[in-house]
Design a protein around this ligand. Structure first.
Ligand SMILES: [Zn+2]
Length: 150
């Protein structure tokens, strides 16, 4: 006689550190259930992933953006994150680019560059780096202009 072992259940918690391997039973709305296992780099809580459609699942790891103090009429300035994002994978997506780990980049708040491959992300990084070099030149021009200004 075979004894049925209970499935390990992942109980997400915001305060607990992420365990090394996270596995949980997910009920699929179209029927059935599946044991999900996070890739080791996933830091998502999955607290809302106890049930859903098969292709709803996404694993990911956020990275913070640079916060710039932009003009705000009410407060003078407000922090605006730029170049934030996450490494993501949608293991059941019909889109093969989503089924492979990719970058979801938010160049600025509420705007997105989706499904970036490593080469595409590298091109964005090179473009930002080149722009920073150009801003260094503008900075030097500003310093010179201020010395000469009268
Ligand atoms: Zn995960």
């Amino acid at each position: 006689m075979t004894t049925l072992q209970p499935e390990p259940v992942f109980v997400p918690s915001q305060s607990a550190p992420a365990p090394a391997v996270r596995t949980w039973l997910r009920r699929i709305h179209s029927g059935g259930q599946i044991v999900e296992t996070c890739p080791d780099w996933c830091t998502d809580t999955h607290r809302n992933d106890g049930s859903g459609y098969l292709d709803d699942l996404q694993h990911g790891a956020q990275f913070d953006g640079l916060e710039l103090a932009v003009f705000d009429a009410e407060h003078g300035t407000a922090p605006m994150p730029v170049l934030a994002g996450r490494i993501s994978v949608d293991p059941y997506s019909s889109d093969s680019r989503r089924r492979t780990p990719h970058i979801h980049l938010e160049p600025f708040q509420d705007e997105v560059m989706e499904r970036l491959t490593p080469d595409e992300f590298a091109a964005v990084i090179a473009g930002v780096r080149s722009h920073c070099d150009r801003m260094d030149e503008v900075h030097a021009e500003l310093v010179k202009t201020r010395v000469e200004y009268r």
